[in-house]
Design a protein around this ligand. Structure first.
Ligand SMILES: [Zn+2]
Length: 148
């Protein structure tokens, strides 16, 4: 039981920077995102770890090895993105599950080596391009593995 939704709590979404004045530490994640994550958690039947919730502008810029996108949905004024790991699932399985949740299917889904990104931006965004045949279908596992 979380303090923001059925499964999630505020502390899981806080910016990871060390700045005590960080704005990303005080912002509440979007409730559409939280509702989507609750649905995903139920669907997966497995715990979800949030690796990155909200990132303040400073922290977003300083991310290594690649800085966050300038218009990242993790930024406090959107606060509707999360990088997540679903316990016991491959990234392909995680992305497959995310596609079954409407707010993510019609929003952003990104695939990384050990985690996925989901957001509720209200238009479809998919990355990396080399992993996706269409907006809802993946390329072959081999092609995906070559990319990630
Ligand atoms: Zn911060």
């Amino acid at each position: 039981m979380g303090d923001l939704s059925l499964y999630f709590s505020r502390r899981e979404f806080k910016c990871h920077c060390n700045d005590p004045d960080c704005r990303g530490k005080k912002v509440t994640p979007s409730f559409v995102l939280l509702r989507g994550l609750d649905t995903l958690r139920k669907l997966a039947g497995a715990p979800i770890t949030v690796n990155r919730g909200i990132s303040c502008e400073k922290h977003n810029k300083s991310l290594k090895p690649i800085p966050g996108a300038k218009n990242s949905r993790h930024l406090p004024w959107y606060a509707d993105a999360a990088d997540i790991v679903i316990k016991g699932k491959s990234v392909r399985e995680m992305a497959e599950l995310a596609l079954q949740v409407a707010v993510f299917r019609y929003g952003g889904i990104g695939i990384y080596k050990n985690r996925i990104h989901v957001d509720t931006r209200n238009y479809i965004a998919r990355w990396p391009k080399a992993c996706w045949q269409t907006q809802t279908e993946f390329k072959t596992l081999r092609e995906m593995e070559k990319t990630l």
